[in-house]
Every structure is written in C-alpha cells, then in structure tokens.
Design a protein around this ligand. Structure first.
Ligand code: SAM
Length: 314
C-alpha cells in the first residue's frame, strides 16, 4: 500500500534533516506514545494526518524552534512545566537556586523544631517566598512542591502578562498557591510592604523568613545576538543593559529602599540571584555598593561555572 508509511521510514527521512533522537521525541509526541514505543515498534503505521503534522513540526525544528516550544512542555527539577514562546525555557542550571533555597528552608525547619519545647505549637513560623521574573513559574513551584511542611506564602512577579498566564496554569496544574503580580521587579509588592511601614502603630510582626529569588535577564546584547540557540526565546527574558546587570542593580536599589522605609527585617531576608559566570566580580561590587555589610556567597553550577549569588544582610 503506497500510503502506508511506518515509523522506521518516517524516521529515516527525518534524520536527514534533524538528529534522530529529536525526530523520535517529536514523533512520540505526535503519536502520543513514549519514545521507547517509537524505538520498539518500527513497523507501526502512521496515518496521513499524523504524517503531515510530523512534517510540519520537523520544518519548525529545522528552523531552530526549540523542542520544548514544539512540545509545549519542559521538565525542571523533575516537574513538568507548560512553556510557550512567551516564557523562557527553564534551564537545568537554575535548579541550583531551587536546591539552595530548599536547603536553607530545611535548615530553618530543623532549627526551629530544635528550639521548640513539646508544648509550643509552630503556628508562628512563616516563610515568604518572592520570585521576581517568574516566567513559567518554575522556581517557586519547584520550591513549594518540595517543602514537606507547606507553610509558605508565595508571590511571583513578571512584566509579561503572557508569561504570568502560563505560570498561573502551571501553579494550578501542580496545586500550588501563588499570588501572581504584574509589574517591574519589587514595585507591585509596594502595597504589601507598606503594611510594614516604620511608623506603623503595631510594630509586632509574626516572625518570618523572607526568600527573594530572581533569575532576571542578565545577558549582554552581543551575547544574545551571537547565540543562535536562543533566538526563538523572548529577548526581554534574556537581555539587560549595563553589561547585563541593569535589572539586578535596580532590584538592589528597590530592596535598599524597602529596608530603609519599612519594617521588613533585613536579617530575615535572603536574596538569590542567577548570573552569567562572567559577572561574579561585578555583581559582588554592585551588592557591596548598596549593602556594604552584606555577606555574598557565589556558588558554581554542575559545570563548575559561577551561577548563583546568595546574599544575606547584616
Ligand atoms: C531569564 S527569564 C527567567 C524565567 C524563570 N524564572 C526561569 O528561571 O526559567 C526572566 C524573566 O524576567 C521577566 N522580567 C524581565 N524584566 C522584568 C522586570 N523588570 N520585572 C519583572 N520581571 C521581569 C521576563 O519577562 C522573564 O519572564
């Protein structure tokens, strides 16, 4: 039968255009099967409709559209996230930030459990997680999903309302409660922070630990222009002025103001920033400019590249 084409024939054609492994992933997606099924059943017949769809996707992949956008999904920290062209595709190196926040939360729980005597209950413990530039929401969702004791209030901010829509869907799919706010860095949180004004009548606040995570755009324009693999991802999610550090500087300025004008306790706050490995010296200088007494720790990713800055305030 002339029109009956099998998996093996289709893959033989596709591998002339894209790597075989990618063709298998895309065909598995179209046939709604596992990749292992595709490999194990080379004789499986493919309908004309599915074949045409496969050629369409193949063409897009050949034009450089990332596989994650074609599939509409990307795994991050072992969790499946919806992604589309409005969101950055979560990167494995960002998992380091999630691991570090989780490790600090774990230590906090262990410490506060140690401090508790048998009769005290734990209702006063509070963790506030603020993610700036949330994209698909992968950072806060991965953190909250991995906290055994769900005592977290979480807020996530982005300037892209399209990205926030995707993040909202991801939070819903994973049954995670996050308040999503649209706006520039910490600005949308002003109302919440102003509840902690210095002159507030009640200076009693519940003890809390505040984690601010930010994987903001940090590439220089020429880095973006010279990297073909990222051309289909949103530029506004990747590039920043001033050697890639403009948004981090603005974030530091906003935080300085918050510490000066509100009751937000700097001692309870930790800030996590993802950087390009070339930026570790410059970001340290910037942090010291706004917070001379802050302690700055830089952690390397699995490829031994400086990737994460952890700032605690004194
Ligand atoms: C590098 S992506 C990171 C996305 C996600 N956090 C991740 O790790 O996959 C940066 C995100 O920051 C957002 N963004 C850019 N400028 C911003 C700003 N001034 N305030 C808040 N979000 C911003 C972009 O829309 C984008 O979603």
């Amino acid at each position: 039968m002339a029109f009956r084409i099998m998996i093996s024939q289709l893959l033989n054609r596709a591998k002339k255009i894209i790597p075989l492994s990618e063709a298998e992933i895309l065909l598995a997606y179209i046939l709604k099967k596992d990749r292992s099924y595709i490999v194990a059943h080379p004789e499986f017949p493919i309908s004309l409709y599915k074949r045409l769809f496969f050629y369409y996707v193949l063409k897009k992949r050949n034009r450089g559209i990332p596989i994650a956008y074609l599939l509409g999904h990307k795994e991050f920290f072992g969790i499946d996230f919806i992604v589309n062209r409005h969101t950055l595709i979560p990167r494995p190196e960002t998992e380091l930030m999630v691991e570090e926040v989780l490790s600090q939360i774990q230590k906090y729980f262990e410490q506060s459990h140690k401090n508790l005597n048998q009769t005290n209950d734990q209702k006063d413990e509070k963790i506030i997680l603020i993610d700036i530039g949330t994209g698909s929401g992968c950072i806060p969702i991965s953190i909250i999903k991995n906290i055994p004791e769900k005592k977290v209030t979480s807020i996530a901010v982005d300037t892209s309302s399209f990205a926030l829509r995707v993040a909202g869907r991801n939070a819903k799919n994973h049954n995670v409660a996050i308040t999503f706010l649209h706006g520039n860095l910490l600005e949308p949180l002003n109302k919440i922070f102003s509840l902690h004004q210095l002159d507030s009548a009640s200076k009693q606040t519940t003890p809390y630990l505040l984690f601010i995570t930010a994987n903001l755009p940090y590439l220089r324009t020429e880095q973006y222009n010279n990297e073909p693999s990222i051309q289909h991802e949103p530029r506004h999610a990747l590039v920043a002025q001033n050697n890639g550090l403009a948004l981090y500087e603005e974030l530091l300025q906003q935080l300085q103001k918050i510490f000066q004008q509100t009751m937000i306790n700097r001692f309870s706050t930790s800030l996590f920033l993802e950087i390009d490995p070339s930026q570790s010296r410059q970001i340290t200088e910037l942090i010291k400019k706004y917070f001379p007494d802050a302690s700055v720790k830089i952690k390397a990713d699995l490829r031994n590249q400086d990737r994460l800055v952890i700032i605690t305030f004194h």
